[in-house]
Design a binder for this molecule. Structure first.
Ligand code: FMN
Length: 294
């Protein structure tokens, strides 16, 4: 997750039994290099890098990832055909993020090892079609043979069991870990996430890159721009550059872009990654036992 998952969060998640990912989308190549080195020093467990494929200097990121032999890369926002083979030839597993059945099939055809199927509820950049996790997972499950990880709206062990029942082989969680101790999100943003209720986020800016945002004064400006009939270039101008950093990393809750999922309405405490994973595993096991004894 851009501006939230640096080496500290990735290592903490991996040390607690998950697979931590470093979000490379907000990092210059030398910063990614530093985060990979620090993550390696902080955990002996496997960890990965998320690489948005539209990243401008992507070749430098790919070289850094290969140089450090990062075991697994999660690619998103782009065509998986371009880099999958290069990474796999270097011994790296590739998982690609999709939001539709068609793109799941295309990713499988491109040879990726697994996919993340991400529903409309998810925080951050998202698909245009508004397919919810509840509907997307069984459809994608039917359409591909490779492992499917469900994402979007999963913040508890019960939700994890629900998507596994729908055919997922595992889950990817974002929003819950934004509000973790090790997340590099600004404290103001973490507190705003904890304060969020249902209805406080909306998917917007579909003409640019669709993104689910927490409603704040910047979001209201976007809404007003739509009411005024803004063109794509006017929306682009309004968004400008650096809004996500301003909001999520620097804590400007008025002018920043605050990316978070619908599930934020469930969280009321900043916990360590270890505590979050322990809670999730415990709730998953309790729900599974209950289900099996029904
Ligand atoms: C603040 C934030 C930043 C994110 N950044 C990225 C990113 O850089 N690349 C990516 O593939 N997904 C990104 N995501 C999506 C997450 O990886 C994950 O798929 C999503 O959060 C899952 O849904 P949830 O938010 O309901 O848990 C981001 C999500 C959030 C909340």
């Amino acid at each position: 997750m851009i501006w939230c998952s640096g080496w500290e969060l990735a290592a903490a998640v991996s040390n607690a039994g998950g697979l931590g990912l470093i979000g490379a989308g907000s990092m210059y190549p030398e910063i990614l290099d530093e985060h990979i080195q620090k993550c390696k020093a902080a955990t002996s467990k496997s960890f990965g890098v998320n690489l948005p494929l539209l990243y401008p200097n992507i070749e430098a990121h790919i070289q850094t990832i290969i140089k450090h032999q990062v075991p697994i890369v999660f690619t998103s926002a782009g065509n998986p055909k371009t880099w999958t083979k290069t990474l796999q030839d270097a011994g790296i597993k590739v998982v690609h993020v999709v939001a539709s059945v068609l793109f799941a099939q295309k990713a499988e055809a491109a040879g990726v090892d697994a996919i993340v199927a991400e529903g409309f509820e998810a925080g951050g950049h998202n698909g245009r079609d508004e397919t919810t996790t509840l509907c997307l997972i069984p459809m994608v499950r039917k359409a591909v043979q490779i492992p499917v990880l469900a994402a979007g709206g999963i913040g508890t062990g019960e939700a994890m069991l629900a998507v596994m029942n729908l055919g997922a082989d595992g889950v990817q969680m974002g929003s819950r870990f934004v509000a973790s101790k090790e997340s590099s999100a600004h404290l103001n943003f973490k507190e705003a996430v904890l304060a969020a209720k249902d209805g406080d986020t909306l998917l917007t800016l579909k003409e640019l890159t669709p993104v689910r945002l927490l409603k704040n004064p910047f979001f209201e400006k976007v809404k007003q721009a739509y009411t005024d009939g803004a063109s794509v270039s006017q929306l682009q101008e309004l968004l400008g550059r650096g809004r996500a950093k301003k909001g999520m990393f620097e804590g400007d809750l008025s002018e920043g872009e605050l990316e978070i999922g619908q599930v934020a309405g469930l969280f009321d405490e900043v916990l360590s990654a270890k505590e979050i994973i322990e809670q999730i595993v415990k709730a998953y096991n309790t729900a599974l036992t209950k289900q099996q004894t029904l």
